[in-house]
Design a protein around this ligand. Structure first.
Ligand code: ZN
Length: 411
């Protein structure tokens, strides 16, 4: 049993901050949450315990090439078969690649992240490499694999009638055996019959489906030209994804379509900004009631530091609301915590309560910029930096402990 005394804990799926006399866990489970009173402001520092964060959109394979896409367009940097990223991935050996990914997962733990949802390139081998990195780091990797190559040529994509070639079908089975589901770059990479096959196979195996949609207008335009349907509507019709990533250039009608579908979306505003794209309509998506998550996207564009994404997204949302009052900072923090439970269920509930897994982050609110916080949730999303993380635990196991843990007040 481990005990922390006199700490602020963000409790339940709503993440309400409570002063707690005792917070205890035993093995992998939280066993005591001794509430005193709700608390918003502090005067002389404390420790603040928040749920372990989930980074809901990453490409950790990129860990070997930080800032490698600088000066390149989306197409030059990221698209198969000849984009910089795919050329680099085809050159690097597994032995060279694995330590980069492990070290980045450890960096994520140091910045408060305990889990991530990854679009993993390089077919089944790519998924297996990430599984090994997850085992070594202790960070939970939800691995959504993608084909190692493009299964169709341009004429087949234009005709939109071919089923998966036999070798792609076998690769799909191996990807699903190695990981947790399937992902692809865009709806335009496969034919509708292929999407239907993937939907059927993932469905029968209970695997997740995800896709990038509406990252730029080209995604919609190509899909419309080929099939008469935009990429989001097409994804919902033929693929039925559990997770839709980006929505960067979504129109009001597309926001309404997503909302009506009840699907979860992951936003990546820093990555969008870094590619010179418009900002995603965070306000419209929040107002429409979409279950929103946050991701840092490609390692070429961003460090996988979700604290930076929280800050950026909070201020972006405030700008879009236009009144400096909305949104509640906890609504932003839920995008990296309890909203994830609606997608991953028991695998990652994303909140803290007695009887739930001991998966949480201890923040040092004794730091000069935090010790007199007048609004703890606003300080968490807008002011906490990686240096303020004292420790990160996943199911009772410390993934990271700073030299200052457990902090000035001791355990
Ligand atoms: Zn992505």
């Amino acid at each position: 049993m481990t005990t922390l005394n006199d700490v602020v804990v963000l409790l339940g799926p709503g993440l309400e901050p409570w002063m707690c006399k005792r917070f205890e866990w035993s093995a992998d489970t939280i066993v005591t949450v001794d509430r005193v009173e709700p608390v918003l402001a502090i005067e002389k520092g404390t420790r603040v315990i928040i749920p372990g964060l989930c980074n809901s959109h990453t490409h950790m394979g990129d860990s070997c090439m930080p800032d490698g896409a600088t000066g390149l367009t989306l197409e030059q940097g990221f698209f198969r078969p000849n984009g910089f990223k795919y050329r680099r991935l085809s050159e690097i050996s597994r032995d060279e690649h694995l330590p980069h990914v492990v070290n980045h997962l450890r960096y994520m733990a140091r910045t408060g992240t305990v889990a991530h949802i990854d679009f993993r390139e390089q077919g089944p081998d790519g998924s297996e490499l990430l599984r090994e990195a997850s085992r070594l780091s202790g960070v939970d990797s939800v691995i959504l694999g993608q084909f190692s190559g493009v299964p169709f040529g341009e004429p087949e994509l234009e005709a939109n009638s071919a089923v998966l070639p036999e070798d792609a079908r076998r690769e799909l089975e191996a990807i699903l055996a190695a990981g947790d589901g399937f992902s692809e770059s865009t709806m335009n990479d496969l034919t509708d019959p292929a999407w239907a096959e993937i939907r059927a196979l993932t469905g029968s195996l209970g695997k997740l489906r995800a896709i990038h949609c509406l990252e730029n207008a080209g995604y919609r335009d190509v899909s419309l030209a080929r099939t008469g349907v935009g990429d989001l509507a097409r994804a919902l019709q033929v693929y039925d994804p559990d997770l839709i990533v980006h929505m960067t250039v979504a129109s009001a009608a597309e926001v309404a379509l997503l909302s009506a579908s009840g699907k979860t979306a992951a936003l990546n505003p820093r990555a969008n900004a870094n590619l010179g794209l418009p900002m995603p309509p965070v306000r419209a998506l929040m107002d429409a009631g979409v279950n929103l998550l946050l991701g840092t996207d490609n390692g070429l564009l961003n460090s996988p530091n979700l604290l930076a994404e929280l800050d950026f997204t909070y201020k972006l949302a405030k700008s879009q609301y236009g009144d400096a009052v909305r949104p509640d900072p906890l609504a932003i923090l839920r995008m990296a915590t309890s909203n994830v439970g609606r997608l991953l269920g028991d695998r990652h509930r994303g909140y803290i309560d007695k009887g739930l897994p001991a998966t949480f982050v201890v923040l040092d609110f004794h730091q000069p910029h935090l010790r007199a916080s007048q609004h703890i949730p606003a300080s968490i999303v807008g002011r906490v930096t990686p240096e303020d993380v004292l420790a990160t635990f996943r199911e009772g196991r410390p993934l990271y402990k700073s030299e200052w843990y457990p902090g000035p007040m001791g355990a």
